[in-house]
Each structure stands twice: as structure tokens, then as C-alpha cells.
Design a protein around this ligand. Structure first.
Ligand code: SF4
Length: 320
């Protein structure tokens, strides 16, 4: 038996190494636009832009991203509260808390939609409506009932939004695989990942295989006892769960190795993760990609419509 129902799950920690680590999102950025990849992962090597400016651009967020963050943080608070108490949820307070987070996050951060597109005011009613729908979908789902009926028995061993970036080792490679919620049930581990965006079958299937691999490596559990699941919360509740075969696992390891080695080729010093010069990171402009890119003004200096440094999302006034 590999895992007793009451086993305490804990994450390994690794001594710092500068070498790059593979993640789905890192390779996705690399694959789409090398210049965006350079600005995202090697910003300290950008010589022609002041560091404060790079930091500001890297911190730009978007309405879909913050909407997802609010839902994640509300569910994190909900699960942590459930770990301590069986009391029924006070729905009014639950939604008030979500709305409080919306106000806080949307007033503190700078949004790509305003910074580049000049939107005067973000429609917070629409944001709140989407968040309320996602949370209601969750509360009316069988997943919610399952957590209460089955998973609650071992709640002391839940891992909710673990800290850090999810560093692990797969087949000897450094990999980052961040999971939202891990919970042991009997001799198995379930991994839930909340999504408020669209379903992407191919990408999300890879993500689930990555979760299986990471959990198997971190906790020394066979793959057939790990059940990773994507939980879609908007516009309707849906789930995606896959059975990972030995072939899936072998293909996944081969892909991670190949993609890691390709990314190494853009390093002048692989061990210390020092990139080639910026010219090697070519731009791949496309309307769909550039319109969502934080670094648009570095590629297209004329793209700022109003030249404002920061806009308050709540009131539409300049904050600086
Ligand atoms: S603006 Fe377009 S070309 Fe420039 S880094 Fe972003 S995605 Fe690449």
C-alpha cells in the first residue's frame, strides 16, 4: 500500500539552482513569441528599458486574469474555512467577501485594457456577475457535494493553494507544476484545478498529465492512484478528468525533455540560465497575441493611445 488515507502530504524542497525549469506556461510563451519570452523571463537583461518600467509592465494584469484570481482566492478561503468548521456557509458573507476582493484587486492593479486600449472604466458589474455565476455554479455542483460528503473526512491532509511555484523533478528534469487543491481520499490523491476561462482540450490534457507526474514524483504514489481534474466554473459547470496511461507518461516526459532542450538553445550559459542577446529573441507579431501582450509599447512605441501611466480601474481617473 502506497498511501494510507490519513497520510500527511508534504512537498519536497530543492536547493536553489539557476538553470531554467520547464513549465507549460513558460514553453507556451516561448513558442508563441520569443521576444515576449525574453521580456517575461529575462527582464533583468533588458538594457534599454529602466528596471522600474519593466517591473510595471510585467505587473500589468487583465480583466480575465483578475476575475480568475478572485475566484481562486474565494475558493481558497472557502476550503480553508471548511477545514476548520462544518458549519453551513453563510451565502451572504461568502458573496460579500468575493465582492470585496473584486473592489480591492481592481482598484490596486493596472489593467492592460486601460493601459493600452484607453478603456475609461472597467465594468465591475459585469465582472461581479461573472464571479457570482462561477461561484454559484460551484456551489450547485456535484463537486461541491463530493467535497462535503467524501473528501471532508480527511480534510486535515488537504493541500490548498500550496506556496511557491510548484517546483519538482520529473525524470531528472527541473519542472514547475503548480496545483490548486490536492486532497487524499482513501489510498488515492485527487487534484482539482479551477478554471474560469474557456476549455482547451489539448492544453488542459497536458496540464493533467503534468499534475499526475508531479504528484507521483512528489509523494511517491503510483500514477493509477492519482486523479487530476480540471473544474470549469464558467459559463457552466463542467469537468475534465483523464486516465493517464504509461504511453501518455512516456510521451509527456519526452516532450518536456525536448522542449527544455529547445529553450536551452536560447541560453548563452545553460547552467546559469543566461540568455542570448535580445536580438536572438525575434518578435512574432500578430493582432491576437500583441493585443494581449504586456510589452506592446516596447515593440510598438506608438501604441499608447493616451500616454497615461496608471489608471484607477474603479473611477476612471488617473491615479498618478
Ligand atoms: S507585442 Fe507582439 S511582437 Fe512584441 S513581444 Fe508582445 S507578442 Fe511579441
Amino acid at each position: 500500500m502506497y498511501l494510507a488515507g490519513n497520510m500527511q502530504l508534504s512537498f519536497a524542497s530543492y536547493p536553489f539552482t539557476p538553470i531554467l525549469g520547464w513549465s507549460i506556461s513558460r514553453y507556451e510563451v516561448f513558442d508563441k513569441c520569443k521576444r515576449q519570452y525574453f521580456y517575461t523571463y529575462y527582464s533583468k537583461y533588458v538594457a534599454e528599458v529602466p528596471a522600474y518600467k519593466m517591473k510595471r509592465l510585467r505587473e500589468l494584469t487583465s480583466i480575465p486574469l483578475e476575475t480568475g484570481n478572485v475566484v481562486h482566492d474565494v475558493l481558497e478561503a472557502f476550503l480553508k474555512r471548511l477545514q476548520k468548521s462544518d458549519r453551513n456557509i453563510d451565502e451572504g458573507r461568502f458573496f460579500d467577501y468575493a465582492h470585496e476582493l473584486v473592489k480591492r484587486y481592481f482598484s490596486e492593479k493596472t489593467f492592460i485594457e486601460q493601459y493600452y486600449n484607453g478603456e475609461q472604466r472597467i465594468d465591475l458589474d459585469r465582472v461581479i456577475d461573472k464571479i457570482d455565476t462561477a461561484l454559484r455554479n460551484f456551489m450547485n455542483s456535484h463537486c461541491y457535494n463530493w467535497i462535503f460528503m467524501v473528501a471532508l473526512h480527511n480534510r486535515d491532509n488537504w493541500i490548498i493553494e500550496p506556496a511557491g511555484y510548484g517546483e519538482t523533478r520529473l525524470d531528472g528534469m527541473k519542472v514547475y507544476c503548480k496545483m490548486d487543491f490536492l486532497l487524499p481520499v482513501d489510498e488515492c490523491i485527487y487534484i482539482l484545478d479551477w478554471k474560469t476561462g474557456n476549455r482547451d482540450q489539448a492544453k488542459h490534457a497536458q496540464q493533467l498529465i503534468g499534475y499526475s507526474a508531479a504528484a507521483s514524483s512528489l509523494f511517491a504514489i503510483p500514477w493509477n492512484r492519482i486523479f487530476p481534474r480540471i473544474v470549469y466554473l464558467y459559463p457552466a459547470f463542467d469537468e475534465m478528468e483523464i486516465r493517464v496511461t504509461d504511453e501518455d507518461r512516456d510521451r509527456f516526459f519526452a516532450r518536456v525533455r525536448e522542449q527544455t532542450e529547445v529553450m536551452y538553445q536560447w541560453c548563452s550559459d545553460i547552467e546559469n540560465n543566461i540568455p542570448l542577446s535580445v536580438e536572438a529573441f525575434t518578435k512574432s507579431p500578430s493582432p491576437s497575441l500583441c493585443s494581449q501582450c504586456r510589452f506592446r509599447e516596447l515593440c510598438f512605441p506608438d501604441c499608447r493611445p493616451c500616454g497615461r501611466e496608471k489608471t484607477n480601474a474603479l473611477d476612471g481617473e488617473d491615479a498618478t
